[in-house]
Design a protein around this ligand. Structure first.
Ligand SMILES: [Zn+2]
Length: 325
């Protein structure tokens, strides 16, 4: 059986819209569609430069639509969470009346049999519009726009926020699963290479020195005490999603009697001014309800809340600082 872990990463960002798209997005909030003249053509969506010649187009926009003609389309039978609708729909290139180029949007119909090249569609507006292309909920068959009601933006729309997001699955090796099961029991699982005697943590599946597979029979329990060999004090920058507000330490811990270094661990209850190389520490496990918080840092050990000073005298060894991996 292969285990996997599902991860979602999301990058929020904002972009300035500029003089042309800003007008286009502002008009959307008023349920109006704008194109821009380029010679004897009208481009919609509008751009600041002619995509064919590169010529600057100014900022003089003209109203187009609201109805238009489907030039081409494709059916989306199983939308993902990143699609604009949670039920099957069509993406379509729609040439709005008065425009010479097509706008990409969606058409909300019951099935692909309701779609055809040349069909006439009109926008169905959202009730709440914020100056985004999704102010048009979808296009629907017919000649008449479906109003959303409400008022448009009082100020010009100049910025647009967006969240780029991707969800992916990573397979988890068998040894990592065994290691994580052990840490749920409050144990550190190590794997000792039968050839060179080196010990590894975190469920490593092989010895990189001897290139041999490490199996359950090579498992050993690692000590839960160690010494701090290196550290970084991090002053958190407040970006979206940041949960830390105060400076905090990430430390490297050399486990007693081994060559195992656990990197970038949480150090608990120590003011950042007091963090020192040689400090003796012991593991603190998260209680079941706190597991999420305990695994939230850069720790590779699930269920470990962090490390606490034991109060013993520091280890005085000038070579410790070089032990980071
Ligand atoms: Zn080895």
């Amino acid at each position: 059986m292969t285990s996997t872990v599902t991860t979602t990463i999301t990058f929020p960002y904002k972009r300035s819209l500029g003089p042309v798209l800003g007008q286009f997005m502002t008009a959307l909030t008023h349920e109006r569609l704008l194109g821009i003249r380029s010679g004897d053509r009208v481009l919609c969506p509008p751009s600041e430069w002619d995509p064919t010649t590169g010529a600057a187009l100014g900022t003089d926009l003209v109203e187009v639509g609201p109805a238009g003609t489907v030039e081409t389309w494709c059916w989306v039978p199983r939308p993902t969470e990143q699609h604009p609708h949670d039920r099957p729909f069509a993406f379509a290139s729609i040439r709005l009346d008065g425009a010479d180029t097509a706008l990409l949007h969606t058409v909300d119909v019951a099935g692909p049999e309701a779609m055809a090249i040349g069909m006439r569609v009109a926008p169905r507006w959202r009730a709440e519009r914020r100056g985004h292309i999704t102010d048009i909920e979808a296009f629907v068959p017919g000649e008449t726009a479906v109003p959303g009601g409400g008022a448009g933006a009082e100020e010009p729309v100049e910025m647009m926020g967006y969240e780029a997001s991707i969800t992916y699955e990573t397979p988890i090796p068998r040894n990592v699963v065994r290691s994580e099961l052990a840490t749920k029991e409050g144990r550190f699982l190590g794997l000792r290479c039968p050839t060179c005697g080196r010990t590894y943590a975190g469920g490593r599946g092989y010895c990189p020195v001897d290139s041999i597979e490490l199996l359950p029979e090579h498992e050993v329990d690692l000590p839960q005490r160690g010494v701090l060999t290196n550290y970084t004090i991090i002053t958190p920058i407040q970006y979206p999603g940041q949960t830390e507000t105060e400076p905090f330490a990430r430390v490297h811990v050399l486990l007693d009697g081994t060559d195992v270094i656990l990197a970038y661990q949480n150090l608990l209850d120590v003011p950042t001014d007091d963090v020192r190389i040689g400090m003796r520490v012991s593991a603190v496990w998260a209680s079941p309800g706190e597991e999420e918080a305990g695994s939230g840092g850069w720790s590779s050990v699930q269920g470990l809340a962090g490390w606490m000073p034991t109060g013993e005298p520091d280890l005085d060894d000038p070579d410790l600082v070089n032990r980071i991996c």
